[in-house]
Design a protein around this ligand. Structure first.
Ligand code: MCA
Ligand code: AMP
Length: 499
């Protein structure tokens, strides 16, 4: 038994720059000190948190990492909350994990006030959790649970994906090898920190390597270009929507500024896209303005990253490359037979040390997501010249919007509680900016006057902003098949045809 791997490694980089955020610059030693103080506060005299779930609501920056490492060092399971979620979404995570404590940044005190009032003992601010008590930290076996991230599935409410310390270490080291991370790297972090992309691919890979991670609290296209020009960056990773936004910002700039932006990109060594399909048009446009051939990769909360275009060698547009180190990826046909031939499509199934342990307290769902030891991704692909190409998903009820995975059924369930909604069907419609856009067809109750803007306002109080439908079609009835089931492709077409 030993310490938490990423923390143990930090000793050798003690004086390196670790974090740059709005409050300043911090070394690895600063992280070690602050996370030990968080661990001491959480333990509060106990020897080990023994996998108690500790939620934390902290903006992207030094305090986030201090909380994450502190929870791990004390033997807890780190459960990050999304900084833009409305209270009901946060409450769901707190209830589902039965989080023992919630560490929050002072800037969220007002937002959390109703929850804090209900159970003041459970909530503690970033400043107050730190303790200078002398402690002996528990040994952390790598098979212990380390993190729970919530992901939407095709059924019901989001599920908590439980990863062990070993899973996380495997996810990180695979990417470090494939993308050649070193302690000389310096990455700009613009992604949310309640999902794998921002947590593992950017933050943890940087800190495992002894590199610098420059953290923005929120993505802002102008600010990103400013940092590209003015900061010693070597790496950038984002979802396709962010590249679209950066392209728009570049196009709106004057020619001198454009040249400055483009030159700045050329000094960086790698730019990566993932979480959703990168349109070939965006791939090409980005190459023309930045000189970078985006490296597209494929992953999932349950498995970390699985497939990646090569660091050296051809990065093929519209394709997600080959299995990453330590990952076995195979296509299976509908009958459960392995597909070996090229150009035959099937479901991607994954094996490897990076594959998660379980859905939190959902044994049946966990069992259903594996067959013969393979994790069933639900993503359909084929292989062309040795490169995987994603061609779709097995469920129409999973939508990827702005890089976020959302469940049509979950949104419908909430919408049905609206007094003016009699029936509804949520679909994802292809969109140049968002990949897919969440759209809803509604049969209103008699006499109701439903409009998009007030409906969106109502939704924003109940669901994450990226789940809120941005287009509405009112209908006399929903299209159904002979069995009476709503036909989602027909609903999609309503929006596609409406332009
Ligand atoms: C926000 N808006 C939207 C959406 N999101 N409209 C349509 N569809 C959406 N999905 C609207 C808001 O309602 C608002 O409009 C306006 O856009 C600005 O909202 P804001 O919240 O400020 O949005 P943003 O900050 O501009 O967000 C865009 C974003 C964000 C930066 C691209 O979506 C993002 O950070 N995406 C990354 C998600 C991610 O990291 N996924 C990885 C998951 P109004 O004011 O009119 O209401 S992990 C994963 O997928 C696996 C493991 C993997 O492979 O990586
Ligand atoms: P999440 O559950 O948020 O982790 O999202 C994982 C899903 O994102 C995968 O199952 C895929 O459907 C999708 N995804 C991730 N990367 C890519 C990519 N490069 N191309 C297409 N889909 C992707």
């Amino acid at each position: 038994m030993s310490g938490v791997p990423i923390v143990a490694r930090a000793e050798q980089f003690a004086e390196n720059l670790a974090i740059v955020d709005a409050s300043g610059e911090y070394s690895y030693q600063d992280l070690l000190n602050a996370s030990e103080a968080v661990a001491a506060g959480l333990l509060d005299g106990r020897a080990d948190l023994d996998e108690a779930r500790i939620a934390f609501l902290v903006p992207s920056g030094f305090d986030y990492v201090a909380a994450q490492w502190g929870i791990w060092r004390a033997g807890g399971i780190a459960t990050p909350l999304c900084v833009v979620h409305p209270l009901p979404e946060m409450q769901y995570v707190l209830d589902d994990t039965a989080a023992e404590k919630v560490i929050y940044h002072q800037s969220f005190a007002d937002k959390l006030a109703p929850l804090i009032e209900e159970d003041p003992e459970r909530f503690i601010s970033c400043e107050n959790i730190r303790s200078d008590a002398n402690i002996v930290l528990p040994g952390i076996d790598s098979s212990r649970r380390a993190m729970i991230l919530y992901t939407s599935g095709s059924t019901g409410k989001p599920k908590g994906v439980v990863s062990t310390h070993a899973n996380i270490a495997s996810q990180i080291t695979s990417l470090i090898e494939a993308w050649r991370w070193t302690s000389s790297d310096h990455i700009l972090h613009v992604l949310p920190l309640h999902h794998t992309h921002g947590i593992i691919n950017v933050l943890c890979c940087a800190l495992w390597s002894g590199a610098a991670c420059e953290m923005l609290e929120k993505f802002d296209a102008a600010e990103v270009w400013h940092r590209f020009v003015n900061r010693p960056l070597t790496l950038f990773m984002a979802v396709p929507t962010i590249y679209v936004r950066l392209i728009n910002e570049w196009e709106a700039a004057d020619p001198t500024q454009q040249a400055r932006y483009s030159d700045a990109c050329r000094k960086m060594r790698l730019m990566v896209s993932g979480s959703a399909a990168l349109p070939v048009t965006v791939f090409k446009k980005w190459e023309s303005i930045s000189g970078h051939i985006l490296l597209e990769r494929y992953g999932m909360t349950e498995i970390g990253m699985a497939l990646s275009n090569p660091y050296d060698g051809e990065r093929r547009p519209g394709h997600v490359g080959q299995p990453l180190p330590g990952v076995t990826a195979v296509l299976f046909d509908e009958d459960g037979n392995e597909i070996n031939a090229e150009k035959e499509s099937g479901e991607i199934r994954i094996k490897g040390d990076s594959v998660f342990l379980e859905y939190w307290q959902k044994q049946e769902a966990t069992e259903h997501s594996f067959r013969d030891g393979w994790f069933l991704t639900g993503d359909m692909a084929l292989i062309e010249d040795g490169y995987f190409r994603i061609i779709g998903r097995s469920s129409v009820d999973i939508i990827k919007t702005g890089g976020y995975k959302v469940s049509a059924l979950e949104i419908e369930e909430i919408l049905r509680t609206h007094e003016s909604v009699k029936e509804c069907a949520v679909v994802g419609v292809p969109d140049d900016e968002w990949g897919e856009r969440v759209c809803v067809a509604i049969v209103a109750t008699e006499g109701a006057n439903l409009e998009l803007k007030p409906l969106r306002d109502w939704c924003k109080e109940r669901m994450a902003i990226y789940k809120v439908p941005s287009r509405l079609q009112l209908m006399a009835e929903l299209p159904r098949n002979v069995m009476g089931k709503v036909t989602k492709p027909a609903v999609k077409e309503l929006f596609t045809n409406a332009g």
